[in-house]
Design a protein around this ligand. Structure first.
Ligand code: ATP
Length: 218
């Protein structure tokens, strides 16, 4: 009964920072799989760059060949806004007995109090926070309280309980962000080694980010 890892994101585009983090958590937490969930229409971001279909295609290309990496397209297929709490509730129904671990970078974790019905998330899943360069775990405010009430340093607890714990894990720090990648591509530079080759190929062939520059977008 190993836990299932759930890694959501806009993945606009997916990059080696996401993949290395997911891979280390898959191995070090002995997850049965890491399920990548590209967002459909994210509530927190006014604008996406590549289409949902293309972001999904890039995630699929990125995980191909890696055992334990799985793509879940439910948020892309869903019409309307995607809320993590709804996705987790669905997954909880599908896997009533399994431990579910929501995998978040520290930046995403710090933004958690802005998420829709965020306090319900811990009733549905554990939260595993990957340290990201430049971010520190909260000690005060609502998240500081969550750390005190739900924090654990034990991977075993993540296996034995189905939900309700927060576990912080340092991962190899790769200072890559999708925003910087898009800017780099718009500036005419090559994203090689920051994204898997298959993702780079899709970016170059579709010109999904460079095209914005041609249309005069920032
Ligand atoms: P953007 O720059 O467009 O905000 P991003 O690079 O942060 O994008 P997202 O798709 O928004 O990527 O992030 C999805 C998840 O991956 C979040 O939980 C985020 O914290 C995490 N994440 C993003 N970049 C890294 C990285 N370099 N290392 C570890 N985790 C990361």
């Amino acid at each position: 009964m190993q836990p299932i890892g759930l890694f959501g994101g806009t993945f606009d585009p997916i990059h080696c920072g996401h993949l290395r983090t997911a891979f280390e958590l898959l191995q070090e937490l002995s997850l049965t799989e890491v399920r990548f969930l590209p967002t459909g229409s994210p509530p927190h971001r006014a604008q996406l760059y590549a289409s949902a279909e293309l972001r999904l295609q890039m995630v699929e290309a990125a995980v191909t060949g890696q055992p334990g990496f799985v793509v879940d397209d439910r948020e892309v297929r869903r019409s309307g806004l995607s809320y993590s709490v709804d996705t987790l509730a669905e997954l909880r129904q599908e896997y009533p007995q399994r431990s579910l671990c929501l995998l978040l970078g520290m930046d995403a974790f710090l933004g958690l109090p802005n998420w829709h019905r965020w306090r319900e998330l811990l009733a549905l899943a554990h939260i595993v926070v990957a340290h990201r360069p430049g971010w520190r775990a909260p000690t005060t405010g609502p998240l500081g309280e969550v750390m005190v009430d739900h924090g654990t340093g034990s991977i075993r607890v993540l296996h034995e309980e189905r939900a309700g714990r927060v576990y912080v894990r340092a991962v190899t720090q790769l200072e890559i962000s999708s925003t910087e990648l898009r800017n780099l591509i718009i500036a005419g530079r090559d994203p090689r080694y920051l994204v898997p080759d298959a993702v780079r190929q899709i970016i170059l062939e579709t010109r999904c980010y460079a095209a914005r520059q041609e249309r005069g977008a920032p």
